[in-house]
Design a protein around this ligand. Structure first.
Ligand code: SF4
Ligand code: SF4
Length: 185
């Protein structure tokens, strides 16, 4: 009989200990918030999702080369002298390359910040945005190039035409007989 009451007391005592912790937290200061209705302030210098500013990007690819996980994909097209558009960058300097592709796979990015460190024009920066989850892996690949597919095709065509003319001009110079061959001394 005594053992029975001892075990009842042990059971009751255990519940009291558990409830003591519960009641303590009921009246103590809350440390949780009702996200997403409430949010903690994000520090202004937080290194979250990256943002590219295409008008400042010169296509040098330093960011892609330094990225330790190779999650930046950059493709460029050379600006040719016959280009009717004014290839001027956001900072007023002459653009030498069109940036036809600038993709970042945020499923791979480890937010090391190396790309922002090496960028010579500060075209890529961290933002405070951390809410960009996706149901698909493709949804985490951000396409930052400001060029439409039509523009890319146009610039590629311009480059092909220009380089074909350059090659033809060089071939013409090579084929042109030298002064010795012409018998001019
Ligand atoms: S933050 Fe680091 S991992 Fe992410 S894209 Fe830049 S270099 Fe790559
Ligand atoms: S983001 Fe910066 S480092 Fe990367 S290609 Fe553009 S200019 Fe170069």
């Amino acid at each position: 009989m005594i053992d029975y009451f001892k075990s009842v007391w042990a059971w009751f005592h255990t519940i009291l200990i558990g409830m003591k912790i519960t009641f303590t937290h009921l009246f103590s200061k809350k440390v949780t918030i009702q996200y997403p209705n409430e949010r903690y302030p994000i520090p202004h210098n937080a290194k979250n999702r990256l943002q590219l500013y295409p008008d400042l990007c010169n296509g040098c690819m330093q960011c892609a080369r330094v990225c330790p996980v190779q999650c930046i994909d950059v493709e460029t097209i050379r600006v040719v002298p016959t280009d009717p558009d004014k290839p001027v960058m956001g900072d007023g300097t002459q653009r030498k390359l069109w940036v036809s592709v600038y993709d970042i796979d945020f499923a791979k990015c480890c937010f090391c910040g190396l790309c922002t460190t090496v960028c010579p024009t500060e075209a890529i920066k961290h933002t405070t945005d951390f809410e960009y989850s996706s149901y698909t892996r493709e949804g985490l690949i951000y396409h930052f190039s400001a060029m439409s597919s039509e523009q890319v095709e146009q610039k590629k065509k311009l480059f092909e035409e220009w380089s074909a003319k350059e090659k033809a001009a060089k071939a013409g110079k090579v084929a042109e007989p030298s002064s010795v061959e012409k018998g001019e001394n």
